[in-house]
Ligand binder design. Sequence first.
Ligand code: DX5
Ligand code: ZN
Length: 215
Amino acid sequence: MSHLIAPSVLSANFGNLNKDIELINRSDADWFHLDVMDGVFVPNISFGFPIIKAIKKLSTKPLDVHLMIVNPDNYTLAFKEVGADILTVHLEACSHLHRSIQNIKNLGMKVGVAINPHTPIESLKDIISDIDLVCLMSVNPGFGGQKFIENTFEKVRDLKILIEQKKSKALIEIDGGVDLKNYKKLIESGANVLVAGNTVFNSENPTETIKLLKA
Ligand code: DX5
Ligand code: ZN
């Protein structure tokens, strides 16, 4: 399988969201990456249900929703209702992660688990066979446009080994600071999905940048 590109809408122009949604629809991108932040789990607040619902109406590609919120279980159904196709919760935000995963699956969504840069790969060992995606944070979550953390390369390789050992089907998604300098090495290390916000939307030609990342 060739790798997937998921532009992060966090860096889009919210004054003219239709235009950027259309741009992604027409591009080589595979998914929309939507970052939901609550100002508690992360030191920033982004957007919630009304925006996701509006994007769902316009998008022709799956919605990859990344929850950076506490108590995500309280909102699983609501995210399904506004159109999430893949719902990712943070390991650090779930005291009963196995239950959170089952709740998402039972609603018919694909399920992802995100881990912060300080969280070791080993902590995924007992749930890796139950999930569709691991979102490896390559910056501390909360903001777009941050510097990529180099230790991520080693984590991708370790995660790939764990996935193979456990015969898991989980995709490896990299989130934060992905750019035209590091994307090739990430793919070579085993990444399957690249999230890119700043690199896509703050480039001169976002469509062309997506094409480059996908090539
Ligand atoms: C960070 C978010 C990312 C962010 C990535 O907390 O989870 O998805 O939008 O943005 P860039 O690609 O600009 O680092
Ligand atoms: Zn994200």
